[in-house]
Design a protein around this ligand. Structure first.
Ligand code: MN
Length: 296
């Protein structure tokens, strides 16, 4: 079965002891299997405290981040690449020390709007850096997920097909494609087909609505999303991601363009998301099993 998770920003905007405890306890209380912690500033995370809270609540953990303009490993600039690799390795160390299974997100470029397309030299440099990150991550059994995002958040990986090609070029056993329905809704011609074609390279999955609010209260076709996951026989983590100006602080709220308050009660939102994901997943897996058995 897929492990179900929730992004920490559904609960809290930072990672003080109080915020860490609140996010982990509420995630566990709702019956999720894991929490995804953003490591935009890995130094703000008290590793020992976080690990103790996770263990006390028997909760799994993953970590996500995006690089910035000063640490852009797709820039082709040796100094930016060196800073970017140092940043990724920092996050990897924190992930290892809190017991994370996955490090994912916009690891391969800056998390920003670009004004020019990427260069082949830039992409090749990013692939080399991610390959070195994967080698280090493999020592701790950590999977690296490269998140496909829309054109306003990176110029390198905007479609699942681009990420499949990128992962093949990295060529490491622990590099996987990380898809997100919010971004796919903008960029993919056919979400279901994109998931199926990613197939065994799919290693992490974000569920988010088209407006990043309540699942089912936007314009995404979730029947097709879950049919794609069932057909791909995806068994990895599925994490609910939603952002509201009620929780997210700067600078992240600015980068993500969270101008509107889509919800105020994170607990109601997350409880609904868990029911929604479980119901859709069960229905799609049942339909897929019957169709495979020729029952219809
Ligand atoms: Mn995402």
């Amino acid at each position: 079965m897929n492990k179900l998770g929730v992004h920490a920003l559904v609960w809290v905007g930072g990672w003080s002891h109080d915020e860490c405890a609140r996010a982990i306890e509420q995630t566990a209380q709702l019956g999720f299997d894991l929490i995804e912690i953003p490591a935009l500033d890995p130094k703000s995370i008290d590793v020992d405290f976080t690990r103790r809270m996770l263990e006390a609540n028997r909760l799994g953990v993953t970590m996500s981040l995006g690089l910035d303009a000063a640490t852009d490993i797709s820039s082709g600039d040796p100094e930016q690449i060196a800073r970017g690799e140092a940043r990724l390795m920092d996050a990897l160390r924190v992930a290892r020390d809190i017991g994370a299974t996955h490090v994912c997100g916009i690891l391969y470029s800056a998390f920003q709007k670009y004004f020019l397309p990427p260069t082949e030299k830039g992409i090749a440099g990013s692939i080399d850096a991610i390959r070195r990150l994967c080698a280090e991550a493999a020592k701790s059994d950590i999977t690296i997920g490269v998140e496909v995002v829309n054109r306003y958040e990176s110029n390198v990986l905007n479609t699942a097909a681009q990420a499949v090609d990128f992962c093949k070029r990295v060529g490491a056993p622990n590099v996987k494609v990380h898809l997100d329905t919010y971004h796919m809704h903008i960029e993919e011609a056919d979400i279901e087909a994109a998931i199926v074609e990613t197939g065994p390279l799919l290693g992490y999955f974000h569920i988010g609505e088209s407006n990043r609010g309540y699942l089912g209260a936007g314009s995404l076709d979730f029947d097709r999303v879950f049919r794609g996951l069932a057909k791909a026989e995806y068994r990895g983590p599925i994490t609910f991601e939603s952002f509201s100006s009620a929780v997210v602080n700067q600078p992240l709220s600015g980068i993500l363009a969270i101008w509107r308050n889509l919800w105020t009660d994170g607990r109601d939102l997350a409880a609904h998301a868990k029911d929604f994901i479980e119901a859709h997943l069960k229905a799609a897996q049942e339909a897929h099993a019957r169709s495979r058995a020729g029952l219809q």
